[in-house]
Write a protein that binds this ligand. Sequence first.
Ligand SMILES: [Zn+2]
Length: 436
Amino acid sequence: MTISTEEEYKNAKKIFRDEPKEFKTSKFAELEKLVKDALDSIQDSDRALILITKWALSFWSSDVHFDNGDEENVLRFRIDWRLVNVFSLSKTQYKLILERLKYKSELKLNITSIPQDGKFRINDGDNKIDIRVSTLPVKNWENIVCRILDSTNSIPKIDELGFMWPSKRKIQKSLNKKNWMILVTGPTGSWKTTTLYSILDILNTKETKIITLEDPIEYELPGVVQSEVNEKNWYTYETWLKALLRQDPDVIMIWEIRDGQTAQIAAQASLTWHLVLSTLHTKSAIEAIERLINMGLPPYILASSIDIIIAQRLVRKICVNCREEIEADSSQNEIIKWMMKDIWIEAVSKAKKEWFKLYKWAWCEHCSHTGYKWRVWVYEVLNFNEEIKDMIRSWQSSETILKEARNQDFILMREDWVLKAMRWKITLEELFKVID
Ligand SMILES: [Zn+2]
């Protein structure tokens, strides 16, 4: 098989479909016993909640769901984007949890017919775990979802984020300039803010005043002035942002560019000698340019204010305990060659006359029989050099800009991934779930 068109590539990559495996672990039964003992025998719903939260964190869950149904009430964890059933709760048990959660997050206990949201903190030794609670009236009762924010999680160093060296060099160069905008783009759940926090961590010195506008504050950064958006009263995102700028900062981190106004304020701030970091929801770095122009940011301002755009995805990392190295078969080899056709990798592989090595999972208790454990990032980093700035100013199309970037050293996300799939022991199946 040979692949010579994008169409053929799209068809061929279907062989990489990943059949999800059921999440299985004996630990859930153990948790069920502890929680139900706390609820039934001593009616200590506080203890039950702490247990659930701590165990959810031990599985790296981002959310805890208490789903109310006709037949049963189910506790579920979201683990690496998958919802996993943990165990069922009786009506009485569900009621105890619901009431305790509403009480702790200062929601109105007697109100059950409108959605409410609040938060509370669990102090566990030195650890502080913030929980955002949201309730929703459903057919028979109320549904609850808790987002877990483990603010004592350490911020990864930039070296731990897995940037390939050309990307890292671009980021490093950008940080030395001081009056630009750095944008991180990607879908919800790609941990864009983690990348921003890692960058802030480098910038965080005694001589630099850093202010953030967040929603919510995910990590606590000593030495950084952090504020959380509160759109209650008549304050809007935009007015918060303006207030922030009056605090004489050097570096500003804005949670997200939400609309044209936010884009304008952010761009203006960078043009007046501030380093601005922010996020945007787009699939790729090139798409971010289009999006900002569509939001009403004039191309000449866009070109002068932005220095780099980092596009990223977060994907699951193969379980190191049960992975096996495999040699790519001929069709897999063709797919990889097609993905990498524009950069050096094909030449390297041909010269060595060897097949690509890939990794396969085998499932074990360590990864709860899913084959994956923990996550890894895949990136593309576009830097605005003079040529690209000129092209944006003169309204050139995205294709032309992309072509120019490719003439420089712009590596596409899929190329970054293949390089990592071979070196970092991750699977192509996982990649095709998140990119085209
Ligand atoms: Zn495993």
